[in-house]
Structure formats: C-alpha cells, structure tokens
Design a protein. Sequence first.
Length: 240
Amino acid sequence: MTKLSVNINKIATLRNSRGGNNPDVKKTAMDVQIFGADGVTVHPRPDERHIRYADVRAIKPIITTEFNIEGNCREQKFIDLVLEVKPHQVTLVPDAEGQLTSDHGWNTIEHQQYLKDTIAVFKNAGIRVSIFVDPVVEMVEGAATTGTDRIELYTEEYARKFATGQKEEAIAPYMAAAEKARELGLGLNAGHDLDRHNLSWFSKHIPYLDEVSIGHALICDALYFGLENTIQMYKRCLLP
C-alpha cells in the first residue's frame, strides 16, 4: 500500500506567525505518527519562514516511521543539514532562492552531471534519494541515469485539471511517467496539491506508488476534521 508522509511545514508557519512554541512542531511530528502517518516530511528554506533548521534536528530523534527532508540542494546549508541529520530520504527540489513554493521538476537532461554528483554525496552517506520530476517520460529517463533511487512526480498540473473535471486528461501523463519509472527500476513518490478529493483517483490509477507527501491540503482539512481523523481520511484514499 502507498505510504502517507505528512508535511508539517504549515504547522511551523502557524507557530512562527505568533512567536513562541504553539503549536509545537516537534509534538506534531510525534502525533502524526501516532495518528497513523507512515512518515514525516519537512522542507526547510534558507529564510526559515516555516520549518527551522533547529526543528529538523529536534525532530529526527523522535521519528519512529520515516523522515523525509526535501529542499534545494543548490544551498550548501541544506546539504550540510541533511548529511548531519541523516534522514531516511532526501528529496531534491529545483527551487529558486526565495521561491514561495515548489513549482516544477528537474530538467534531468540539462542538469544530468550536477544531479549525478549531488545524488552521489547523499547516497554515499546511506540516504535514499528522490528527485522532483515533471510527468514527462524523457525527464524520467534522464532521472534513471542520475543514480537516484526514486522520483517524485510533481502533481500540481494533475490537481488543476482534476478540479475542472478533466480526470482522464489529468492522469494520463502521470500514468505514462509512472510506467516508465517502473520499467527503469525507479521507486515512485508523488506530491504537490494532492488532497482528499483527487488522491484516490490518482492512487487507483498508479497502484505501485511508493509514497505521497501531503502538507497544505491535509493541514487545512485538519482545521475542520481534526488531525487524527484527517490522517485516517487520507489513508483511506490510498486503499487499493
């Protein structure tokens, strides 16, 4: 069954908006695991506008499931943090400096050598590597020769089309990319704008999906339904 990793960045955003330690990010990381999540995801950025580097260090010792750190590997500070903390997985995202949120995958052909060199650094430290990729077969093929263990399909375009009723058109490129990844022996993750409305359709059409990472929509739903209940709702969306 596909694993659910909960991104807790928005918990940190709420805490930072007021100062202090409410809500408690470390406790949230503990609780989402108790409530049924299969992992915890964080995405630290240089300005620490949500997850702080100190949060990442504090969270690692209480992880009982899987810890995924995603971020911009062009930042040496990010690389150093990952090598220090040694999460189960690092997800490499081609963000620009100051970017509001991730909005595209790697060009795995243009950045082939850079990705090979960077991925090797993490793999030599025993960390599983996933790289953010758009649902384009050529980009998946390029990813397969970088040494990465997995790819994470960037799903914003899927979510946008799904919301307008174009379900078949929305899922088609993701199915093709996912099939190519499986053919090439790559593990498969997905994330960005997945929610309780579109997740089941995505999961049922790509049954060999290893993991989804969901933060914004899940935390928004938790405001209405409660965190524990919401995690279970999302887990049910992933049932075969």
